[in-house]
Design a protein around this ligand. Structure first.
Ligand code: UDP
Length: 311
């Protein structure tokens, strides 16, 4: 049994990860400020004696005496709508907050994993995106608080690794979807499903010809776990599903699966919205023996069922 801290453990990916780690027989402390997450996500875990929830912010980390073996950092809003609401807090979380967690890992001699992002690549000029690609990020645009925040977080991880030999792992997570996303999350899959289930207009930003590649949350969690427990590599490692689709195709698929009467409504494209995104996952396949298993239609059906219960 390992003692594991999951920062951001009440969030969309975090709560699935906590559940998975508990099922593997670990003791889990979930630390979350509930900024873009929900206590409801972890309600069912509270009766598990190996699970503890502490409400708090990584920017003001309490003194933990748990002596953690592993720390996962998922503490940062990930939806553009949410991370742009308080951009300076987003930067603080990815600098001050990340340093706090790295210092804790150093004190405890814990292994620490950073949930990084495909946003590192910005609006990519290299396709599909491979880990060696350094990215095309606008440092002063509205997405920069998150993109540059996540980039400096990776830098901090590597400096702690080089200076202190800290055991680090970095996952670059591509678009992920599944049950327990917030209704008001603002990202493409949750927006489209919530709209389709209510026969409301589906909001397409721009032409809808931009692409994303969608990974189901249980696949992603399996990848995070494999990376954390791999003895060989620090990363960064891309984790995502290489099936690439246009936003229009995603809308059509969701309309079809929900039997919706929704119509498409075209709206302005947000600034710096990446035109294409698809992970090259050869490294994850080779080093972690990991690749996604859930096909889009099955993952969407699960997610639609979840949202049916919320509307
Ligand atoms: N998008 C859209 N309608 C929505 C929400 C998102 O057309 O209601 C588009 C958005 O402009 C982007 C893509 O879907 O091109 C994915 O957006 P999301 O916010 O899910 O995540 P991102 O990959 O941009 O961080």
């Amino acid at each position: 049994m390992k003692k594991i801290l999951v920062a951001g453990g009440a969030g969309f990916i975090g709560n699935h990860l906590c559940r998975f780690l508990l099922e593997k027989g670990n003791s889990v402390v979930c630390f979350d400020n509930l900024q873009s997450s929900s206590k409801e996500n972890i309600e069912s875990l509270l009766e598990n004696e190996n699970f503890t929830f502490i409400e708090g912010d990584i920017n003001h980390l309490p003194k933990f005496s748990n002596n953690f073996d592993q720390i996962y950092n998922l503490a940062c809003p990930a939806s553009p709508v949410h991370y742009q609401k308080e951009p300076i807090d987003t930067i603080r979380t990815n600098t001050v907050g990340v340093i706090n967690l790295l210092e804790l890992a150093l004190k405890d001699k814990a292994r620490i994993l950073q949930n990084s992002t495909s946003e590192i690549y910005g609006d990519p000029l290299c396709h599909p995106q491979i880990e060696t690609y350094c990215g095309n990020v606008n440092p002063i645009g509205p997405r920069a608080c998150y993109d540059e925040g996540k980039r400096i977080a990776e830098t901090l991880f590597f400096e702690y690794y080089r200076k202190h030999n800290l055991e680090i792992r970095i996952a670059r997570v591509f678009n992920t979807y599944g049950p327990s996303m917030l209704k008001e999350d603002g990202r493409v899959v949750s927006n489209f499903i919530v709209q389709a289930l209510q026969n409301q207009d589906i909001t397409i930003y721009g032409s809808g010809n931009q692409t994303r590649s969608l990974c189901y949350v249980s696949d992603l969690v399996g990848g995070l776990y494999k990376l954390m427990n791999n003895e060989k590599i620090t990363g960064p490692v891309n984790l995502g599903n290489p099936r690439e689709m246009t936003i229009l195709e995603i809308a059509q698929k969701i309309i079809e699966l929900t039997n919706s009467k929704s119509k498409l409504k075209f709206m302005p494209l947000p600034a710096d919205d990446p035109t294409k995104r698809r992970p090259d996952i050869s490294l994850a396949k080779r080093e972690l023996d990991w690749e996604p298993e859930i096909i889009l239609e099955d993952g969407l059906k699960e997610t639609i069922d979840y949202f049916k219960g919320k509307i």
